[in-house]
Design a protein around this ligand. Structure first.
Ligand SMILES: Cc1ncc(C[n+]2csc(CCOP(=O)(O)OP(=O)(O)O)c2C)c(N)n1
Ligand SMILES: [Mg+2]
Length: 733
């Protein structure tokens, strides 16, 4: 807890603590001080906003009593915290200083939460285990679940927390405690988000040490609770979840709140499972400075809230109980105001982020996956075109082999997703009654069997659950390698994939990171899979800073690139083309347990001098076919470049080739318009204009989704004939 500066002497003896939920008189004074400090910091920020010294304000007013109580019941730097934007008071109680909070408001370089990258009240504090928070409501829940899972994992296998050289583990300090609690909070409105329910479901099912706190101020901006929540009371709705301890409390009363949290935290620390504390609070100020609640709340209603104000009520309580007299209150308040004045003066004068510093920490500053660290030789090197004799293993085989090798090498790897386990009812597996499934494409086959159900397991059928938990686990230092069964179903996880996973490092100014791997089965050419087992859409993710995107076209590359993905220190989306999993094209012998390919290094599949094709994924074999034909029939020599990784991508390989051939086709399976090729084509036009003898050409899918009937599917997706036609046209230009 934050220490008080010159605390006023208690006017009453401390031996009445029984009456006060075990809290001494001094502790009660501390509580009042923290509540008052929180409120006055909000007031100061409102003033600073009016003076245009800060640029946004959202207050924690009305929530202070509940939150100071929560902070007192928990342990900073020991427990873990996912507090939402109203949680100023819990952060102060844990030890974040007034000065640090004001540094955040001004966007100072030394703001511990984000170094000026995020709005105020987006808490984060590495030393105190307050994990970087964001603006999308509800994304914190599944991460908190993953965080709790990681704590449990490390507690059960402490040896796995050891640092190891040569991969991401070198840069991650892992700490854990067997009885730690993960605190996560939200408002009443946010309980309507699906991820909230997904998190309750998993925390309940796995009996995880998560403390869920709902701060019910009856409004989500202007929307009253009965509109968002069936029956208007979330406590009634959650009661069916097993293993939970539930409490509902007047969150404007610090002592009642403290009692509720103390019991809840004891329940969790004893290993019984999660707890849910529903605190009824007030919102005496509008939602934020951008909102005027008079537009939707009449004076009469606002008045009933103001009468419940926790600050004035607790002040009266202290006086009534003889703990502080009016003079004591006065001294305390003056002291707080002095502290705020001093903190505010310093914060307003604090150094701002350096211009140009925005570029820092999009990716790991410690480990660059495109560096030579990730360049190793295959034990049995196999050029792609060597022929069937050497090409024994499929892409599916070598992806599976890579995961098996890496799980052996790195005990922090966990795998989960839909159907990835061999058999969740593991007794069947142990009794050898069943062989096991191991993924709908069998990519994870045998891994649960070999590494156990705590490292390889099925998730609920919920994609946000998969990615959100992975974010939380990776933040703590585990290496989740999760699977999204079909790219077409990635969208429920989009919030986590766009706003969370790739942003944890940047938005926390490198205080936190989340280098998880998300494997996704992607693509069409399946004959019968469409619409919803055939989509591509990789450009949506290459358009997301912080995310590495990999898209191999053959077994060897898949093996080497997945190993780089797993060992590196950045989040990676690893796109596996379903059609390529078991193709004859691109099979290869097993390259050994340390084979790695750096990101951003294209492969020249076939050298040529008349025309360049830049592509990746399942278009590689199709382009190869077309290139062989045009060589045979027209003696046109095509240089075929397989990008292999899409972010980063190998611009040098493209530029070198275009300088040589002066003609270029950019081809991909995803639809033409706004596709990945648009960026490459634009950059070629911009930077290589003088090298070109012909316009940049693109070959891609039609601008629709993919259809089921094979005639339509063939027509929609780019075929070898389409590539051939484009090559003929371009070479004749
Ligand atoms: C996913 C998402 N949708 C919408 C918003 C905009 N928004 C910010 S706060 C808020 C209301 C939240 O209400 P509640 O959960 O009750 O918390 P309170 O602000 O009342 O404490 C909304 C709609 C957002 N930040 N994120
Ligand atoms: Mg609310």
């Amino acid at each position: 807890m934050a220490t008080t500066k010159t605390p006023p002497k208690p006017a009453a003896p401390a031996d009445r603590s029984e009456k006060y939920e075990g809290l001494t008189a001094q502790r009660l004074i501390d509580i009042y001080r923290l509540m008052y400090l929180s409120r006055k910091l909000d007031d100061r920020e409102i003033l600073l906003k009016r003076q245009q010294k800060i640029f946004f304000q959202i207050s924690g007013a009305g929530h202070e009593a509940l939150l100071v109580a929560a902070g007192l019941a928990l342990r900073p730097s020991y427990d873990w915290f996912y507090p939402y934007y109203r949680d100023r008071a819990v952060c102060l109680t844990l030890g974040v200083t007034a000065y640090e909070q004001l540094l955040e408001a001004v966007g100072a370089a030394d703001d511990p939460s984000s170094g000026g990258r995020q709005m105020p009240s987006h808490w984060g504090h590495k030393k105190l285990n307050i994990v970087t928070q964001s603006s999308p409501t509800g994304t914190q829940f599944l991460q908190a679940v993953g965080c709790a899972e990681a704590g449990r994992y490390f507690s059960r296998r402490p040896e796995t927390a050891a640092k190891a050289d040569g991969d991401y583990r070198q840069f991650k300090d892992v700490t854990f405690h067997g009885d730690e609690v993960v605190y996560v909070s939200c408002g009443d409105g946010t309980t309507s988000e699906g991820e909230f329910w997904e998190a309750l479901n998993s925390a309940s099912n796995l009996k995880l040490p998560v403390l869920f706190v709902v701060e019910d101020n009856e409004y989500a901006i202007s929307v009253p609770v009965e509109v968002g929540t069936a029956g208007g009371d979330v406590s009634k709705l959650v009661k069916g979840f097993p293993n939970f301890h539930f409490a509902e409390v007047d969150g404007t009363d610090p002592l009642a709140s403290y009692a509720a949290f103390k019991t809840a935290v004891e329940y969790i620390r004893a290993g019984n499972g999660p707890a849910f504390v529903h605190g009824h609070v007030i919102r005496p100020y509008s939602h934020s400075l951008s909102d005027d609640e008079k537009l939707y709340r009449p004076e009469s209603e606002r008045q009933t809230h103001i009468e419940r104000d926790p600050i004035t009520r607790f002040q009266l309580f202290l006086i009534r109980e003889g703990i502080l007299d009016e003079k004591g209150i006065d001294e305390l308040e003056k002291d707080v105001e002095g502290e705020i004045q001093e903190a505010s003066d310093r914060a307003v004068a604090a150094a701002l982020p350096e211009p140009g510093s925005y570029i820092n920490f999009v990716y790991s500053p410690d480990l660059d996956p495109s560096s030579s660290v990730f360049q190793t030789e295959a034990v049995h090197p196999t050029p792609l075109d060597q022929g069937a004799a050497a090409a024994e293993k499929t892409m599916a085989d070598l992806i599976n082999a890579c995961m098996r090798d890496e799980m052996k090498r790195d005990p922090r790897i966990v795998m989960f997703g839909e159907d990835v386990a061999d058999c969740s009812r593991e007794e069947y597996l142990k009794a050898k009654q069943v062989k096991g499934k191991g993924g709908v494409f069998k990519l994870t086959a045998g891994l649960q069997y070999e590494f156990g159900s705590e490292r390889v397991f099925n998730s609920p059928l919920a994609e946000a659950n998969i990615v959100g938990r992975a974010v939380g686990m990776a933040t703590r230092g585990l290496k989740p390698v999760v699977e999204i069964q079909f790219f077409d179903y990635i969208w429920p996880a989009m919030q986590q994939l766009r706003n969370e996973l790739p942003l944890i490092r940047w938005r926390s100014n490198n205080a936190f990171s989340s280098p998880a791997v998300v494997r996704v089965a992607i693509g069409g050419y399946l004959t019968g899979g469409s619409i919803y087992h055939s989509q591509c859409g990789e450009s949506i993710f290459t358009h997301t800073p912080g995310m590495r995107v990999v898209f191999p076209s053959n077994a060897l590359d898949a093996n080497g690139l997945l190993r780089t993905a797993i060992r590196c220190d950045d989040p990676v989306m690893f796109l596996e083309h379903k059609r390529l999993y078991r193709e004859t094209f691109g099979r290869a012998p097993y390259p050994g347990p340390d084979y790695m390919i750096p990101f951003g290094k294209a492969k020249i599949v076939r050298p040529g001098h008349d025309l360049t094709v830049v592509t990746y994924g399942a278009v590689v074999p199709r382009a190869l076919q077309a290139a062989q034909r045009i060589e045979r029939e027209n003696s046109v020599s095509v240089e075929l470049i397989d990008l292999r990784t899409l972010s980063p991508y190998d611009w040098e390989a493209i530029a070198t080739s275009v300088a040589k051939t002066s003609r270029v086709i950019v081809a991909h399976e995803d639809m033409l318009s706004w596709g990945y090729g648009a960026e490459i084509a634009a950059r070629i036009a911009d930077e290589l204009f003088d090298e070109l003898d012909a316009p940049v050409k693109r070959v891609a899918a039609k601008d629709t989704f993919v259809a089921y009937q094979p005639i339509l599917e063939d027509e929609i997706l780019p075929q070898a004939e389409d590539l051939h036609r484009a090559m003929v046209e371009l070479s004749a230009y």
